[in-house]
Design a binder for this molecule. Structure first.
Ligand code: KG4
Ligand code: ZN
Length: 358
């Protein structure tokens, strides 16, 4: 029987300092031996968003302790691991550098291979920690910085079908929470308060819904929420109605655009049955999960979600992506640097800004 690969993973691309130790198992999934995440919510709460310098400083203060805890909890020594993976992008350079530098040092001192992981690939492969994944699959990646439909053909082989032309979905949730004064971090707050409201109360726009394949847009919706929020004058009931209507509109948009993406996937791959994976921080939203589950029943495909603890940023998914790349011999040089922008499909058109044609 082939040796089971064990990796240390490190994640510091944004506002979570995380380390994990993962080992492959016989089910083609992973044994998560430890998964330590230290969130910086308290540091950024009063600013209503992530402040890069504060985030970098918090990573620096915490990273050694987090890695130490991950190793201790896993009962695995550095000598027993087969390699180290750290997020190399996309993300805030000042933050990425913290995890990258310590990851590279551990690898160099212990004479182990080092892998710089694309954070988005970490999210893309994250359901594989607990589910057997079959390529090619359709991926909807929804996080604080990214919103994309992709065909995942293999490790490192992605074809983008659609993306947002303005805000990322997590960003739209975060801005809505801010406009409604619901607290930080925005996504979970909107979901919580939306439960108390009437989702059909406000009629909000679904931007570019009838255009442009499975590209998405949320800026017009955000403006509409801002306009309505100015009229509610601290009335909690109206506030909850607006949160609920916003979330309902998002669900309507995702339902319709995923339908288009599924058709595109089937045409391009000639595969009727396939897995549809929804990953990233926003995939933790239960109404979105149920909404897309209903679509999977209607269109007859299998839907796979990561466990809630692997939706938001974590290092288990980074270690897992590291193991997959290691097995394909995709080992990085020790001088690899952080990248602020690192699309999964490097041939995909850049969809933001002037000159955009839909
Ligand atoms: O993947 P992630 O942890 O970090 C990035 O790579 O960006 O995603 C964070 C995003 C934030 O915008 C957060 O508000 C959103 O995911 N999020 C949610 C929920 N939980 C987290 N959005 C909607 N509903 C949720 N329950
Ligand atoms: Zn993320």
């Amino acid at each position: 029987m082939a040796k089971k690969i064990t990796f240390l993973g490190i994640e510091t691309s944004c506002d979570e300092t995380a380390a994990a130790v993962i080992r492959e198992n016989d089910k083609d999934t992973a044994d998560v031996l430890s998964n330590i995440v230290s969130s910086q919510i308290e540091e950024h709460k009063k600013f209503g968003g992530v402040v890069p310098e504060l985030a970098a400083r918090a990573h620096l203060e915490n990273i050694e302790y987090i890695i130490d805890t991950a190793l201790t909890e896993s009962k695995i020594s550095i000598d027993e691991i087969d390699g180290v993976a750290a997020t190399a992008g996309p993300g805030l350079i000042v933050c990425l550098t913290v995890g990258l530098n310590i990851g590279k040092s551990i690898a160099a001192f212990s004479n182990k291979p080092f892998i710089g992981v694309n954070h988005l690939e970490g999210h893309a492969l994250s359901p594989g920690l607990e589910n057997k994944i079959k390529f090619p699959y359709l991926l909807l990646l929804i996080s604080g910085g990214h919103t994309q439909f992709l065909i995942v053909k293999d490790i490192n082989k992605y074809e983008q079908l659609g993306t947002t032309i303005d805000d990322a979905l997590g960003e739209a949730f975060d801005k809505t929470a801010k406009m409604l004064d619901l607290g930080y971090p925005g996504g979970p707050k909107v979901e919580k308060f939306a439960k108390l409201g009437d989702k059909n109360f406000f009629n909000l726009p679904e931007p570019i819904i009838n255009r442009s394949g499975c590209n998405l847009s949320f800026a017009g919706l955000k403006t509409a929420v801002l306009r309505e929020s100015k009229k509610i004058n601290g009335d909690d009931e109206l506030k909850f109605n607006l949160a609920a209507s916003f979330q309902n509109t998002i669900n309507k948009i995702l339902f319709k655009k995923t339908k288009v993406a599924v058709k595109m996937f089937r045409e391009k791959t000639n595969k009727e049955s396939f897995q549809f994976i929804v990953a990233g921080g926003v995939a933790a939203n239960k109404t979105i999960r149920n909404n897309l589950l209903a679509l999977s029943n209607e269109m007859n495909f299998e839907i796979v979600y990561p466990n809630l603890k692997f939706c938001g940023d974590n290092a288990a998914m980074i270690a897992w992506a590291g193991i997959q790349r290691f097995k394909k011999n995709m080992i990085d040089k020790i001088d690899i640097e952080g990248k602020s922008r690192w699309p999964l499909d490097k041939n995909a058109p850049y969809m933001k800004g002037p000159g955009l044609k839909l």
